[in-house]
Design a protein around this ligand. Structure first.
Ligand code: G1P
Length: 274
């Protein structure tokens, strides 16, 4: 399936990253040499997206526009002919509502959704494989996760396995906890949706935390037989907590083409001294 649009929900208060996010939007925190959100825009562009919509809180749209479309500095190097625009989510009603905010811009086209908290490892792209697995359905990216994630992530109800890495998604539960967990297959922040997800989101009632949950819409799409899961070969980085943020900065810094070698040498010297 060819996918030319990506929606990046980047609203929300970033409470796990206080005090860094008291004034700064979480998506604009730098990781190595660029804001977190730029890493995911580049990933979407590598998978073929040419139109990217970033959903942000009121007041943040101008920052996004200035970063990606600065008239003074010209286009961002490396993004080619990708257009990037901010969409404002007026009231923080949750991840599902943020995605729904982009529906008029997306229209009937299939689209990727990438969460900024989850970054791929260098050479760890998963979107192209998800697009190949889709065959007209929505695809959610999965990994088998440890028990400590059951109250933090969404988990799917698995059905048959048409392929070694591809599973039918019969339903999904947001933050189920140990008792209600339908599997250990967790949603790790990469999605390919057909426009049917917008219909599902239109019917979703507030769920966990009183928010419109994207996972509840995935549940509906799964129940309708239109959702597959793709089990990624590698983990994604979880940069939404202070310790995960440090790890992501280290891994992406050590792989940087310009100064990664110097940083790796520093890390070796530093850890020898510990
Ligand atoms: C969100 C999603 C959840 C997913 C997680 C991955 O949770 O709601 O289903 O597993 O991202 O990072 P949040 O981080 O917004 O609590």
């Amino acid at each position: 399936m060819e996918v030319e649009v990506a929606v990046i929900p980047a609203a929300g208060r970033g409470t796990r990253m206080r005090p860094a996010t008291r004034a700064l939007p979480k998506a604009m925190l730098p990781i190595v040499d660029r804001p977190a959100v730029q890493w995911v825009v580049e990933e979407a562009a590598r998978a073929g997206a040419t139109e990217v919509f970033i959903v942000v809180d009121p007041g943040v749209g101008e920052l996004i526009e200035r970063h990606f479309n600065s008239q003074d500095e010209g286009p961002l190097p490396g993004l080619g002919h990708v257009s990037v625009h901010a969409i404002i989510q007026d009231v923080p009603r949750g991840l599902g509502d943020a995605v729904r905010t982009a529906s008029n811009h997306v229209g009937g086209r299939p689209f990727f959704t990438l969460l900024v908290d989850n970054l791929v490892y260098p050479d760890g792209d998963v979107l192209p494989e998800m697009a190949s697995a889709a065959h007209g359905k929505s695809v959610v990216c999965l990994r088998e996760l440890g028990t400590e994630y059951l109250a933090r992530y969404g988990f799917i109800v698995p059905g048959d396995w048409p392929d070694e890495r591809v599973v039918e998604v019969l339903g999904a539960i947001e933050k189920p906890g140990v008792e209600a967990a339908p599997s250990k297959l967790g949603l790790i922040g990469r999605y390919l949706f057909t426009s049917s997800v917008f219909d599902a989101l239109g019917d979703v009632e507030p769920g966990v935390g009183g928010e419109i949950q994207l996972t509840d819409a995935i549940n509906a799409v799964g129940e309708a037989g239109s959702c597959l899961g793709y089990v990624a070969a590698a983990d994604l980085l979880d940069s939404g907590t202070p310790s995960g943020y440090l790890e992501a900065s280290t891994i992406l810094g050590a792989a940087h083409p310009d100064f990664g070698a110097r940083y790796r040498a520093f890390l070796t010297e530093f850890t020898e001294g510990l």
